[in-house]
Design a binder for this molecule. Structure first.
Ligand code: ADP
Ligand code: TRP
Length: 320
């Protein structure tokens, strides 16, 4: 089984990214041949500052390595170090119906939020299809919001195979339903675009402040509370064992537990979980040559597959 996923280096990683994408990707690296890349071409649709793009790309590389990407098992690379995906993207573009892209929620959501309606933003799913199909991935672990893009990839790959013969593997999205949407501190989906995130590698002071700001209802200390509708509990659940979850739920329902206490327990969980990763990240940041080496080797491995696929596609369509 070949697994591939990508993440945009367009901001500081948050708990939503971690549970929606990083953790499943890291777990899947034990089950197959894994490819993971930093989608810096995709990030250009929103980041138009060269220094920022460079810095954020390396930040994400450090984040992923600190969180458990093992370069011995996973080819970890920068998207732009495998330029073959671009040639493939054009080939795919030529057979991608406009209607398929017009239906994509992500484009509509992003333009509604004020992101410039560029051709790149519109064609984004085609480049994503090229990322996936270039290595013939079987499984693509992503959060629920990216599922539609994997479906576009499937449609385009099927269409290509029907028109030109079997070249591409049809990929499946893999979504962890239990944690499919991690709420932010305001209760909406946690997203760097909504300024409602809890950063994994943020400074302890600001992290604590943000945890304390998580929106709750206005029940008094002694009131019984409903864990199922509480943002603090929804986040706590991600870190807790079955027993810990049941225990906190019971204390919510019994009354006498303040939201401040629940928030402190959540903060302790976050710090316990990410503490060792923060140490590892600091260590890696002192050895950027190693990080560059990992990315170069990852790109070399992905390029072997991408070149092979591209050649098949070029032959199939009549470019060769
Ligand atoms: P953001 O919404 O912060 O801009 P991205 O769109 O870059 O995040 O998402 C990167 C990856 O993390 C994707 O696979 C996405 O589905 C996942 N992800 C992002 N936010 C969440 C969330 N709140 N819950 C679950 N998964 C998420
Ligand atoms: N669009 C994805 C996101 O914003 C990142 C991405 C680019 C990706 N290419 C991909 C994810 C291919 C999975 C497979 O999160």
């Amino acid at each position: 089984m070949r697994i591939l996923s990508g993440i945009q280096p367009s901001g500081k990683l948050h708990i939503g990214n971690y549970f929606g994408m990083m953790k499943p990707a890291i777990e899947l690296q034990r089950q197959g041949e894994a490819y993971l890349f930093i989608a810096n071409y995709h990030a250009m649709t929103t980041v138009q500052d060269a220094a920022a793009l460079r810095t954020m790309t390396l930040d994400v590389a450090l984040d992923f390595l600190a969180c458990g990407i093992d370069p011995a098992k996973t080819a970890f690379y920068r998207q732009s170090d495998v330029p073959e995906v671009h040639e493939l993207a054009w080939i795919l573009s030529s057979i991608t119906p406009m209607g398929l892209l017009e239906r994509c929620h992500s484009y509509k959501d992003k333009t509604a939020r004020g992101i410039a309606a560029t051709h790149g933003l519109f064609a984004y799913p085609v480049l994503m299809a090229a990322d996936i199909l270039a290595v013939n991935a079987n499984v693509v672990p992503v959060g629920r919001d990216q599922k539609q893009h994997v479906e576009v990839t499937r449609d385009v790959a099927l269409r290509f195979n029907n028109l030109f013969g079997e070249v591409f593997t049809i990929p499946e999205p893999s979504i962890l339903e239990t944690v499919a949407v991690v709420p932010g501190i305001d209760g909406q989906k946690m997203s760097k675009s909504y300024d409602n995130t809890l950063e994994i590698f943020g400074e302890p002071g600001p992290l604590k402040k943000r945890v304390m700001k998580i929106v709750t209802d206005s029940k008094e200390l002694e009131d019984p509370k409903d864990p199922e509708t509480c943002n603090v509990f929804a986040l706590y659940k991600l870190f807790a064992t079955e027993d810990e979850r049941a225990d906190l739920a019971q204390r919510y329902r019994a009354g006498g537990l303040g939201y401040g206490t629940a928030k402190k327990e959540l903060l302790a969980k976050i710090n316990d979980h990410f503490g060792p990763m923060r140490e590892k990240r600091a260590e890696l940041a002192g050895d950027m040559d190693y990080v560059e080496d990992v990315l170069r080797q990852g790109a070399a491995k992905a390029s072997v597959l991408a070149r092979e696929t591209l050649q098949k596609a070029r032959r199939a369509v009549g470019l060769e």
